[in-house]
Write a protein that binds this ligand. Sequence first.
Ligand SMILES: [Zn+2]
Length: 183
Amino acid sequence: MSNLRHILRPELDRIIHFVCNIAGISPKYFKQEIKIRLISSGKTESYFDEDRNIAYINFNEAGWEGFNPVFGRFWQYLVFHEIGHYFESFVARDPQFIRLFGDVDAFYDEKGVHKNLPKRLDERFVSRYAAKHPSEDWAETFATALIIRYFNDEKELKAMNQKKYYKKILYVYKALKTIKEVR
Ligand SMILES: [Zn+2]
């Protein structure tokens, strides 16, 4: 595992620079704000500890079928997803965010997250997991929007403009540009 971490660290750094470049914030600021820890566990899922601003990325989880069917198998997708949770607090009060994603303070059934997934992909969401809660919708859409550009997948982006969730993808790009270094 320590070897794996050693290999993946440089790419994690590239992801951070990539996101910061789009958001127009410095990687130095970002790294002061949020820590990203790489873990390998059969029990814990990837999650964002919002009290301490630490994102835990569990590689064992990559490939979970609830995630975006195209990108869910990539560990980088998990990183983008958890970074998305960090950015949520910057945008969640925006009326357009609320119209598109809903209220992030809505009740969150943490225990039932994996259990009651919708059986089919709903066209309004990038993944089945996104349909669980506005926070997950935002994080999944964020991950999808960013990983397309990270891998330069223009074909996939074009294919998406027919989908109902496409305006949420565009919102992610727009919203990222409004993020400011606030502390
Ligand atoms: Zn999440």
